[in-house]
Design a binder for this molecule. Sequence first.
Ligand code: C5P
Length: 230
Amino acid sequence: MGRVCVVIPAAGEGTRMGGLPKQFNTLGDSPLLYQTAWAFECHNRVDDIVVAAPADTTAHARHLMSGISKLVRVVAGGATRQESVAAGLAAAPRDSVIVLVHDAARPFIEAAAITEVIAAVVLHGAAALAVPVADTVRYAEGGFFTGEASRRNLFAVQTPQGFRRSLLAEAFESCVPDGAATDEVALVRACGHAVARVPGRAGNFKITTGEDWHRAERRWPAFARRNYES
Ligand code: C5P
């Protein structure tokens, strides 16, 4: 099948607590970034891990990832997520055939979901996890609703997103580097390539707010027991 590399963008400023971004905060017994990387360390089809960390914290990130044997590089991320992923992609081993991209802020990623994304990439060249939107959705501006929208066929997209390496490289080379794309699916689709949808998991949420952090702390012990203890 060829080598599989996961790029973990972890260069967001996040919610600063104690002077470091949230990806360095402790969840369970280790930093969030480590817990997220651990899911890929344990996955038998993932060979290499590349992390994009804030430029002034790469040494710190390298130190705290010392237990991750698949780590090949910690690179300096950029001002946008797009730049961080581009830096990570450039550092992926040359013989990587598939590149996954997974947010550092999504530690609740199950092995089965990673397996399903890789399988869909083998079949279709590009794939991402997504869950149907359950709420009613509507446009708003200036404090008032301005337009209706249909939630039919509408999905909230998660990570990992996976791509044949050549496809992702082509997307980064040909896209306008304005940093506007909030994920890699947008870049690859802009190049005209179809991206397969793999059923996501409600539990695979992105830790963004303080409330998300509390939710993560409550859920982590049971998740870690179920997934990482025999
Ligand atoms: O900003 P957003 O919530 O979409 O971030 C998703 C992921 O991208 C996070 O893991 C964050 O650390 C990362 N990111 C990055 N470089 C940036 C901005 C975000 O690596 N400049």
